[in-house]
Design a protein around this ligand. Sequence first.
Ligand code: XMP
Length: 315
Amino acid sequence: MFDPKKFVEEMIAELKGSIDGRAIIACSGGVDSTAAAIIADRAIGERLLTVYVDTGFMRKGENEWVDRMLRGLGINFRLIDASDEFFRALRGVVDPEKKRKIIGEKFIRVFERAAKEFGAEYLVQGTIAPDWIESGDNLRDTIKSHHNVGGLPSDMKLKLVEPLRDLYKDEVRKVARYLGIEVSERQPFPGPALAIRVMGEATPEAVEIVRNACAIVEEEIERAAAEGRIERPWQYFAVLLPVHSVGVHGDRRAYGRTIAIRAVDSVDAMSAAYSKIPHDVLERISVRITNEMKDKVNRVVYDITHKPPATIEWE
Ligand code: XMP
């Protein structure tokens, strides 16, 4: 039986022994990186700089929320707005693996700059077991390069520390709950963020559409769960497809984009079943998306694929 208290105490002791200089951690505000940041903070205190990078791909309200939460935790924290740099790097890029690699690499470059200023020698990361198992550790084929792993450039100058490397998602949630952090019940969110929920080129405009659609999916599913009408799924979000289709606005022809809704139930993200969301909830989401983004989206579909054969994210 996994004991979060024992795990945290042992990991703090281990990091105290292994990190002999200054360290930097990228915190996205998600469960994994926040738990890793707190554990590292408890081990080395002010010798750790926690950095939050605004890539331009974060969820609605995320920047403000993370800023408030990390400040509240009293850790040494800095927000870096690098969104222009990320959008520029992804210009014209449509291949999912290329997108992931570019984002991963850019992340590290941004950190390297911050790390240099701070004088850090170590990079702490919130990588968990499914991240590296699915990124191919020579035992398995690469399914997709999770950004914490596949995007690491081979010339990275910082020494890597991964306190959660052997944990699965359910264990990380136990750790987060034990640490008493606000994020402990949040749904997982991928490192490359909304950039991989835009199929094709992640332009600022496309990311804004998927950001709004994701917010609507979250609000409506969380409302239904709070009212006891559904069990909150493991993960639920929107994906912007590169498909345009014909629609009608009043008496005028429209030609708009398509949003796919994805909701899955899972234990450890290694496999997942699509959630049987009731039609009235799906309908509300569809009506809101097409009303609130009238000029942009005129079709909404629901993804009914399990993992395998699909993965949870579309890229
Ligand atoms: P897939 O799409 O591979 O996702 O079935 C499994 C779980 O991992 C999340 N995910 C990521 N998490 N970095 C992460 O930290 C990533 O690059 C990444 N890609 C996917 C995904 O949201 C799901 O919970």
